[in-house]
Write a protein that binds this ligand. Structure first.
Ligand code: ZN
Length: 240
């Protein structure tokens, strides 16, 4: 079994298509989504359709949740607010039902998936350092867990202590746990504009975070054509 694990697609269809094409080339047999399918870019409906057609395990992200609420968006920053108002207006009843029914945490085969953290998955806090990762590790009952939310790929390893790796690939060792941020497919924020996702090779017990170029110009043009804030197009090039 070889899993393609992706998330934070954020309605960026071009990036998502590049990830799926690469996953196929890599020989991935299974697909798993760590949430935030919608929000920010111009193709929420099509990205949702693809995830639903794949019928893959998926967990809810904060944007997926925000998109189905009728609550005020005043707490969001102006960019996110404008994008969320636009996104809410695009979704039909059926799509809202799908988003409503997504779980916060799921176990898939021998690993776990969550969008933000394992210790408080519904409060959407961020894992930005090893201390945050340690809090999640105390609720991680599988050797391996994949998450997203920060839009920054990172591999945390728990042996005697918890440390992030420099590398973006790892061979899993018995007696250690791994908490792996797969990065963002549709809006990376680590200064690298390329789409990010992870491949978990269950037979060889290895994980690799892969980065892929995609048709960013097309994605940016569509954001502007949709009437979404221009900054949302611009930030894709910056990778932040
Ligand atoms: Zn996100």
């Amino acid at each position: 079994m070889k899993y393609a694990i992706f998330g934070d697609i954020h309605a960026n269809l071009e990036a998502f298509q590049a990830v799926l094409a690469d996953a196929e080339q890599q020989g991935c047999t299974d697909y798993v989504c760590t949430g935030d399918i919608v929000g920010y870019a111009s193709d929420p409906n099509e990205c949702l359709r693809i995830v639903r057609d794949m019928d893959c395990p998926v967990v809810k992200g904060n944007h997926d949740e925000e998109a189905i609420l009728n609550t005020s968006l005043d707490g969001l920053n102006p960019l996110a607010k404008q994008a969320m108002e636009w996104t809410r207006a695009q979704l039909n009843e059926d799509e809202r039902d799908f988003l409503t029914n997504m779980k916060l945490v799921r176990q898939v085969a021998d690993f776990t998936i969550v969008h933000a953290t394992l210790d408080t998955p519904g409060s959407w806090t961020y894992v930005t350092n090893k201390f945050d990762a340690m809090a999640s590790f105390s609720y991680q009952f599988t050797q391996l867990c994949f998450y997203g939310h920060t839009h920054t790929p990172r591999i945390y390893v728990k042996g005697d202590s918890v440390e992030p790796l420099e590398e973006m690939e790892v061979n899993l060792e018995m007696g250690r746990k791994y908490f792996i941020n797969v990065g963002s497919t549709g809006q990376p924020r680590d200064g690298d504009w390329r789409a990010s996702y992870a491949v978990y090779d269950a037979d060889n017990q290895s994980v690799e975070v892969r980065r892929l170029e995609y048709d960013i110009q097309k994605a940016q043009d569509k954001i502007i054509e949709a009437g979404l804030p221009e900054m949302l197009a611009h930030r894709l090039s910056l990778g932040k």
